[in-house]
Design a protein around this ligand. Structure first.
Ligand code: KIV
Ligand code: NA
Length: 265
């Protein structure tokens, strides 16, 4: 296939073709996911938990994110690569955020992602105006897990939902080209996807989103312990890793994943 560009992602969004996104941390998986038709590879700071065994994403450094972004970029051929700006790397000033984003872009990212509501809008604007595509991230934002009081559903009551919708609008107006929403009610996920001009990619946010993302190791059934309800193990019924990833892409494109009864809030 031709390389996935921002223009292509906008076309897909306009045509209501669902966007399939998975986390990816190394070259081998980048090659496999790209070949299996995954549209967007997210070099997520979830690598702190998945690869490093940390209790949260808080300990992940910018050096580590740049290293994994470079690994993914080397293995990838056509997918759109998003690199997570880690904890503390964009909080201090616009200039700090720019320097951090430049590191990831030079490592091979096509877009950077950062977490947080209204306070990040000026940062998003600063980066966007300087030619760096930005993905925002609302809902359960893991870098704030301690402030949020744990891994709990966000935007549940009417006031919280209204505030999230306002933040989402501000981020899109500031130039964000994509929005990830994590662990929110399916109805709110659909509302956000319907009212925003940019693709909204959900994880535990219902089938009404413009696309879906999962942590690779979760959807391959490799993660031990209790998994969130929004995860589906795509190795079940697949006889190879490649087939499992293809099944994920197919289920997302067909609107068959997530199933809001089984995987929704
Ligand atoms: O780091 C990550 O894996 C993420 C996704 C859960 C969206 O940010
Ligand atoms: Na992340």
């Amino acid at each position: 296939r031709k390389p996935v560009t921002l223009h292509r992602l906008r076309e897909m969004h306009a045509a209501r073709e669902k966007i399939a996104m998975l986390t990816c941390y190394d070259a081998t998986f980048a090659q496999l996911l790209d070949a299996a038709g995954v549209d967007v590879l997210l070099v997520g700071d979830s690598l702190g938990m998945v690869l490093q065994g940390q209790p949260s994403t808080v300990p992940v450094s910018l050096d580590e994110m740049a290293y994994h972004t470079a690994c993914v970029a080397r293995g990838n051929r056509t997918a759109w690569v998003v690199g997570d700006l880690p904890y503390g790397s964009y909080h201090q000033s616009n200039e700090q955020a720019l320097a951090s984003a430049v590191r990831l872009m030079q490592a091979g990212a096509h877009m950077v992602k950062l977490e947080g509501g209204g306070w990040t809008a000026p940062v998003v604007r600063f980066l966007s105006e300087r030619g760096i595509p930005v993905c925002a991230h609302l809902g359960l934002t893991p870098q704030s897990v301690h402030a949020l009081g744990g891994w709990r559903i966000q935007g549940r009551d009417e006031a919280a939902a209204q505030l999230m919708r306002q933040h989402a609008r501000e981020l899109a107006e500031a130039g964000a080209q994509m929005l990830v929403v994590e662990l929110i009610p399916a109805t709110l996920g659909r509302t956000l996807a319907d009212e925003l001009p940019i693709p909204v990619i959900g994880i535990g946010a219902g089938v009404g989103c413009a696309g879906q993302v999962l942590v690779l190791h979760d959807m391959l059934g490799l993660t031990r312990g209790r998994l969130p309800k929004f995860v589906r193990n795509f190795m079940q019924g697949s006889d190879s890793v490649e087939a499992a990833v293809q099944a994920f892409v197919a289920a997302v494109k067909a609107g068959q994943f997530p199933d809001d009864v089984q995987h929704g809030y």
